[in-house]
Design a protein around this ligand. Structure first.
Ligand code: ZN
Length: 286
């Protein structure tokens, strides 16, 4: 298997073809508020308190939209699988790879013949390249969760965002052998600059349908219940192999969550798939 430290002889583009950026109606509305405020200031300088107030209000609305991970107000966002996914559901696993948790997660997935999507952090992938290689070798997908997973990501401008995402794209492509096609923002938080950057890199934003809060929960039962409550075809579930919370005995919660979750999905005749497999089947449609 290839190590990240070795130069690659494989020619693999680090990004898919760029997508065309189309501002969402919400972004267009915010732009119109700004233009209207400027015009009213020129026509009626005395109306500046109203103009300033409307601009501040539109900024607050944009910020609120960025703080809502499942929002599609700032641009397209996969919160569920596409309509044609049938009985399929997707398990997404964030913040790894982790030398203690990831190998055990891979074994659990193998036990149920389940395929998952790992949103890896570039820095961690560089530290544990053999784990990223194992994820791919065992049939799972590796996607982009930024290079450093900085909590200030959503406060960044377009250049910093692009640098973070591009660095992870290069790292993960080099190790996994195929370019990520999805991006998930650290903590799911973003701002209006993200979607144009993702379009330029040919990436799709993905969030989730339901999550277990397994980085801060106290016990596995609560996490499992959150994920299973209302579980339905088309759902995208979120758990973590990195930053995993531990129970009183020090065992990462996710390791006690996966078996009941995978068993319940099988009982409900739901089949696990990856986000990129759904993207491929969408692209293959007439
Ligand atoms: Zn994360």
């Amino acid at each position: 298997m290839k190590s990240a430290a070795l130069p690659s002889t494989r020619v693999t583009p680090a990004s898919a073809a760029a997508r065309r950026w189309k501002p969402s109606p919400f972004i267009c509305g915010a732009a119109a508020v700004h233009a209207g405020a400027a015009a009213s200031l020129v026509a009626h300088p005395g109306a500046w308190p109203w103009a300033a107030g409307s601009v501040v209000a539109s900024h607050l609305a944009l910020t609120a939209a960025g703080l809502w991970p499942r929002s599609a107000l700032l641009g397209p966002n996969w919160t569920r699988l596409p309509e044609d996914a049938g009985q399929r559901i997707a398990l997404t696993i964030d913040d790894g790879p982790d030398p203690e948790v990831t190998p055990r997660v891979l074994d659990l997935l193998d036990n149920f013949d389940a395929r998952a999507t790992f949103f890896c952090i570039g820095d961690r992938a560089q530290r544990y390249p053999h784990l990223v290689e194992a994820i791919v070798a065992r049939g799972h997908a590796v996607e982009n969760h930024s290079q450093r997973h900085r909590h200030t990501f959503s406060l960044s401008g377009p250049l910093v965002m692009k640098r973070e995402i591009e660095a992870a794209q290069r790292t993960l492509t080099e190790i996994a052998g195929t370019a990520p096609r999805f991006f998930r923002a650290p903590a799911g938080l973003r701002n209006p600059f993200l979607e144009p950057v993702l379009c330029g890199l040919g990436l799709h934003l993905a969030s989730w349908t339901r999550r277990g809060f397994d980085t801060c929960a106290k016990d596995a039962g609560t996490v499992t219940h959150r994920l299973l409550d209302g579980l339905a075809a088309g759902d995208i579930l979120l758990v973590h192999d990195g930053h995993a919370a531990r129970d009183a005995r020090g065992k990462p919660l996710v390791l006690d969550v996966l078996a009941p979750l995978l068993r319940a999905a099988a009982e409900r005749q739901l089949q696990w798939t990856t986000l990129r497999a759904c993207l491929d089947s969408q692209a293959g449609q007439p």
